[in-house]
Write a protein that binds this ligand. Structure first.
Ligand code: SF4
Length: 347
């Protein structure tokens, strides 16, 4: 027996408390399948072991999936399946070298001029291909002492112009915590830009609420600081009216909005799908920024698109779209000083 019928939860609207919405997210794959009218028995047959990386899918995201379709591109991104348990050569637990770039606990200094903060391990969803699914968040959470070390590190290096709030998802922090972090970092004179990497506007648009927006607006009023939000959207079907409204609010609050997608087999690995995504992003005033070749995290090999095909897909996009709507195909290589563009080898 399921604990409660999913339809009971549909009443929650955009004004609901985001934590309540999240508490009611699907955590049991069988419950999600029942909601989608898919055969639970078929799933049980496919999945022999319980994943350590538990499923988490907010109801509003599940509502955007096509009922009765196992191959729905949104479902593919979030449903744990048996292939995750296959060990694949070349796939590892820290594919982009986060741990070797850790300058102090939770602060990664990989690239010139900017640092990245792993602010929390919490996310509004568990993407099955997540490159940080094995990150030791418990050892790198920014408690008070570590936070002072973080501030000291940024203050002590005046080449750092940009601070990236990442995670997990930084918008999962409480308003108070996020505000304190933002204000203290924005007060460092050489920091000119705060950048947020997030899937929250897509999976939990309720979080872009009045109190968060007030905090962001107030931040710009007191400090001369640029605010950039890099959203992570992989498919046009992820953008519905609630997501559009959240994006529009963020833009009104002074954010420059960019998108990064991960190229995923069975989700968005064709020209028509990527092209539609770029157009829909543009309609929401979001520029396509990066298209990532999959980071080779153990358990995600079934999502990988072969490199030559990735290159051909982006070439195909160039034939369909103006240059500003073609995202840059890149990969993150452990130890490199920047993301590397993936390009065709000269003949
Ligand atoms: S939201 Fe980002 S950090 Fe969280 S599971 Fe998805 S890819 Fe990973």
């Amino acid at each position: 027996m399921l604990s409660s019928h999913p339809l009971e939860r549909i009443q929650l609207n955009n004004e609901s408390n985001w934590r309540t919405v999240l508490k009611k997210a699907f955590k049991d794959p069988l419950e999600l399948l029942e909601f989608l009218g898919l055969d639970r028995a078929e799933y049980l047959d496919k999945v022999k072991t319980d994943s350590r990386f538990k499923m988490l899918v907010p109801l509003s995201y599940a509502e955007k999936m096509q009922k009765g379709d196992w191959n729905d591109p949104l479902l593919q991104q979030v449903l744990p399946i048996n292939q995750e348990n296959i060990e694949t050569r070349g796939f590892v637990n820290d594919p982009i070298g986060d741990l070797q770039a850790e300058a102090s606990s939770g602060l990664l200094h990989k690239y010139q001029g900017r640092v990245l903060l792993v602010t929390t391990g919490a996310c509004p969803v568990h993407c099955r291909y997540c490159f940080r699914r094995e990150f030791p968040y418990a050892d790198s959470s920014p408690d008070k002492k570590q936070w002072q070390n973080t501030l000291d590190y940024i203050q002590g290096d005046n080449s750092i112009h940009e601070v990236i709030f990442s995670g997990g998802d930084p918008l999962m922090l409480s308003d108070d915590r996020l505000q304190k972090m933002c204000i203290e970092i924005a007060a460092i004179p050489h920091v000119k830009t705060l950048r947020f990497h997030t899937r929250v506007p897509v999976f939990l648009p309720e979080r872009i609420n009045q109190s968060l927006r007030k905090m962001f607006t107030a931040l710009s009023a007191v400090q001369e600081i640029q605010k950039v939000m890099v959203i992570h959207i992989n498919h046009a079907n992820e953008i519905d009216e609630h997501v559009s409204r959240a994006l529009s609010d963020l833009r009104k609050d002074g954010f420059i909005l960019l998108n990064q997608s991960v190229l995923l087999k069975g989700v968005n690995d064709d020209v028509a799908t990527l092209s539609e995504l770029s157009h829909k992003l543009m309609a929401n005033h979001v520029l396509p920024y990066y298209l990532h070749q999959l980071d080779r995290i153990q358990g995600a090999a079934h999502f990988e698109v072969e490199r030559d095909r990735s290159i051909r897909l982006v070439e195909g996009l160039r034939n369909h779209l103006p240059g500003y709507l073609v995202p840059r195909l890149v990969e993150d290589i452990s130890g490199e000083r920047s993301k590397l563009p993936i390009e065709k080898n000269p003949e």
